[in-house]
Design a protein around this ligand. Structure first.
Ligand code: DON
Length: 540
């Protein structure tokens, strides 16, 4: 017993004896190099995040962005936790009638009126202003992105393939990000001069250059009245209190509304502790997972939206007594049909990106950022793509969006309002001070993916990489389907789940997870894309 206790104490303090570590995981090798470089120059995790964000806008134009928005979850070396909301807002011209009665009238997915006011530039400025080490200046943090845009970089086979498939759908003002359109070859050098000029202006002029200067004027002109100068001039990123909850000795910090991610994740974690999920991922635990997810997505649709516009009971929804009552109705063996009756649509192709960074002092940041769809609305201005985030509103209450998600009044369109999101940047803090930084793209599957990674990593004791690599399941009540990533289920497991009443459907890929911890970088190395990790241990 004494020996066991001693071994336990040694294990707990091992990271301290070995020294501290830094870790980065992003969806592109060049963005990971940029982050590692900033850390090597003495920048902290937040400096690295700002530089990475702008670099991703260049090397990962399908999701990295200036024309989109996102969320950052911070847990600093001093123990301060903060959530940064740089979600897009609906312009003043938008109203709950804008997209009625059908997608054919005005599209929330394609064209000008698909875009919300972009939040990324303001968000990065806020992150820099509050948490930067200030050992590197704002222009120095934009420098790598400017160089990548100006002198170019070799495109990966993945990006070449996407451009060849989608470039005909793109249009915009002036020179596009991919210019001139042609058959792209893997390894070809892509330069983006218009984007480089925009980045230089932001480097020199800060967010004002984007929200008030020449770029704001160009956005207003491009939008033909959809954006007014005030929409851009009054845009603000907002600091919010993160949602937090204990889970198996860890403190979990995640994103509050207008993301639904933190609420649903904490509900799932709490419910999983009340139900018999066991010590392994069996068909019984999979069944319980699907039933839990169905309830969490129902609450999401019913109660969550922008807290500035409605009473959003985020803390009440994660209250353990509420969770016990709400999830206590789950049948341990049989699938129960959800109470919703709306029709549903197919889930379309989409893109988002996540990066996780932890520096050697213990500063952690998880950032999920998006244009929503692949290359957003497909419209560019000043060398960057605009988002099609308006589709995340309940544009026609009760009718599902591109992710099959439905919503009601609480997420109806209103001028200035932020659309509900599923993005779930999350940080786990262990009792010994170790941190784990998590997140993924994947639309509605983001929440269940983050939940499964935590479940396998913490409860089932897998390594972070194994939990990231593991093939995932997804359920959201509507459609009434249990989705599985190809390879996630054996034939026997499929039969058992069907016997329990689940309708199964295969998906090629779920998410593209980027996790890091004090002990490892765990990029999503098995799924498509170019994810890359960096890990370095410092022995002091
Ligand atoms: O905010 C949201 O939940 C969505 N706009 C995210 C889109 C997404 O993750 C697409 N990705 N793969």
């Amino acid at each position: 017993m004494k020996h066991l206790l001693f071994a336990g104490i040694c294990l707990a303090f091992l990271p301290r004896l070995l020294g501290q570590s830094e870790a980065v995981a992003t969806a592109h090798p060049l963005a990971t190099i940029v982050a590692a470089d900033i850390l090597a120059q003495g920048g902290n995790a937040y400096d690295a995040a700002v530089a990475t964000h702008f670099a991703l806008a260049v090397v990962l134009p399908r999701a990295g962005n200036l024309g989109g928005g996102g969320f950052a979850l911070v847990h600093s070396a001093s123990g301060e936790a903060a959530a940064l909301d740089f979600r897009e807002t609906a312009p003043q011209a938008a109203s709950r009638e804008t997209y009625l009665p059908s997608y054919e009238t005005i599209s929330s997915l394609r064209g000008i009126a698909a875009s919300g006011v972009p939040g990324s530039v303001a968000g990065m400025w806020e992150l820099y202003a509050r948490f930067s080490s200030k050992s590197l200046s704002w222009p120095e943090l934009l420098q790598p992105a400017i160089l990548l845009a100006d002198t170019g970089f070799q495109i990966t086979p993945f990006l070449a393939g996407l451009l060849n498939r989608f470039q005909e759908d793109f249009s915009g003002v002036g020179e596009g990000p991919f210019w001139p359109p042609h058959e792209w070859q893997p390894g070809e050098r892509l330069t983006q001069h218009a984007l480089a000029e925009t980045l230089k202006d932001i480097a020199l002029g800060g967010p004002e250059a984007f929200y008030q200067g020449i770029h704001a004027a160009r956005l207003v002109e491009w939008s033909e009245g959809w954006f007014a100068p005030e929409d851009l001039g009054t845009y603000r990123a907002i600091w919010r209190e993160p949602l937090r909850a204990p889970y198996r000795g860890y403190q979990v910090f995640s994103m509050p509304p207008p993301s639904s991610g933190g609420v649903a994740l904490i509900q799932l974690l709490q419910a999983s502790e009340m139900l018999p999920l066991g010590r392994r991922w069996t068909t019984e635990s999979m069944h319980l997972f699907a039933e839990m997810a169905q309830i969490a997505y129902q609450d999401r649709a019913q109660y969550l939206g922008d807290p500035a516009y409605m009473e959003v009971p985020a803390w009440a929804l994660v209250d353990s007594a509420y969770v016990a009552g709400r999830f206590g109705q789950i049948h341990a063996q049989k699938h129960q049909a959800p109470e919703w009756e709306q029709s549903h649509e197919a889930i379309e192709s989409y893109e988002t990106t996540h990066y996780s960074i932890l520096d050697s002092a213990g500063n952690a940041v998880a950032v999920t950022t998006t244009l929503n769809g692949l290359f957003g609305s497909g419209q560019w201005v000043d060398g960057f793509f605009m988002n099609n985030e308006m589709d995340d509103f309940a544009t026609q209450p009760g009718v599902p969006n591109q992710f099959g998600l439905i919503g009601y009044d609480v997420n109806a369109v209103a001028p200035g309002k932020r659309m509900l999101s599923s993005m779930t940047p999350t940080i786990l803090c262990a009792p010994n001070g170790d941190k784990t930084v998590l997140g993924t793209p994947g639309g509605s599957t983001i929440i269940t993916n983050v939940f499964q990674v935590i479940l396998h990593y913490v409860r089932y004791g897998e390594s972070l990489q194994a939990a990231v690599d593991r093939k995932k399941l997804h359920a959201q009540g509507l459609p009434e389907v249990l989705y599985y990533e190809e390879g996630a289920l054996t034939k026997r497991q499929m039969k058992d789940l069907q016997r329990r009443g689940h309708r199964l459907e295969a998906w090629k890929q779920i998410g593209r997870f980027q996790g890091v911890s004090t002990r490892a970088a765990a990029p999503d190395r098995l799924r498509s894309g170019d994810s890359k990790g960096h890990f370095k241990r410092y022995v002091r």
